[in-house]
Design a protein around this ligand. Sequence first.
Ligand SMILES: NC(=O)c1ccc[n+]([C@@H]2O[C@H](COP(=O)([O-])OP(=O)(O)OC[C@H]3O[C@@H](n4cnc5c(N)ncnc54)[C@H](O)[C@@H]3O)[C@@H](O)[C@H]2O)c1
Length: 370
Amino acid sequence: MTAALEQALSRTFPNPSHELVQVVRGRRSGLVITVAIHSTALGPAAGGCRIAHYADPSAPIADALRLSAAMTEKNALAGLEHGGAKAVVALPAAARPTGEERTALLHDLGDTIESLGGRYIAGPDVGSGPADMSVIGSRTTHVCCRPAEEGGSGDSSLHTARGTLAALGAVADEAFGSPELAGRTFGVIGLGSVGAHVARLLDRAGARLVVTDVNPATRGLAQELGATWVHPDDALTADVDILVPAALGGLLTARTVPLLRCAAVAGPANNQLDEPSTADLLAARNILWAPDPVVSSGGVIHATGVEVRRESEERLSERIQGIADTLRQVFHLARTRATTPATAASRLAERRVREGHPSPTRTAAPAPTS
Ligand SMILES: NC(=O)c1ccc[n+]([C@@H]2O[C@H](COP(=O)([O-])OP(=O)(O)OC[C@H]3O[C@@H](n4cnc5c(N)ncnc54)[C@H](O)[C@@H]3O)[C@@H](O)[C@H]2O)c1
């Protein structure tokens, strides 16, 4: 075990619960690749490949440990027969490799994934996309989200957005007593791949929109939808019914929570709470928070459904709509146990992993990937 691995383990998880942590140097690229498999209790572990620069050598390992544990929770809450894992490739500089260099690192990643014999199914994450999954797929079958024209499930952002819409219905019901979205005001922060779909779907549902993005090019979408545009600095304090974070994580902090002027926060952005105790600050202000592992799970439900379970679009739509039922269960647990939705979601995930089945509606065992 390297010193960096020991340091990351003791910092991130004083009592590590991971099934496997592998740190290798790519034969072709020379880059350090970490794969962390947190759990395979529910089935092969699924999770993305992050390709990023880290200043601290122990940080990529710590990230893999943290993100793989989060994937166990997300997949269990999504009702999937998958555990959680993550791969992290640490780049020496912020510039992303292209051409032959990129191919070399993706082949190294593919070989590392293949060596795990199917315990880990990889997908895209920060720094990687469907085209990269195709290159990884030349070295291993244990990869999903390849481009649709190659028989893969392709870009998952629309399905993540569909899941977010289902979630917003459950949130409106809990906060206002009706799942109706028409006439409610939503503040969408980030009009990227997922946020733009969410804004369009909300518009189609008759909602009123307040939107923002740091990229001024997205103002065109705001105009097209007749949405109110606000500066990114003013988005958190917008007077809306539900705030929908669809940009970066870490938005909800001890500094920002007191500024909020909404009844609820629910969006697809990953890791919205800067730390677990921020959930208590939201509860103290009577602001309903929908845990992002539940809200954002439409993409992983769809990708694994198409490429691993070979499910029909009809079945996948049912599963994505089921995100609303899971959230209702989380809110019910939080209410009846006098705890936060964040704690209720963690407990629900732990129970599903412990009991060895993802949800009451267990489906057929996963088919092998092609
Ligand atoms: N793509 C998916 O299927 C998927 C699945 C699960 C979770 N997520 C999460 O959803 C979020 C959005 O993902 P995406 O794929 O749409 O990413 P993206 O990069 O396409 O979009 C992010 C958008 O946020 C904007 N942005 C960045 N910082 C901002 C700020 N401070 N204020 C306002 N806007 C800001 C960017 O300009 C960009 O338009 C991420 O947190 C991602 O991890 C995405």
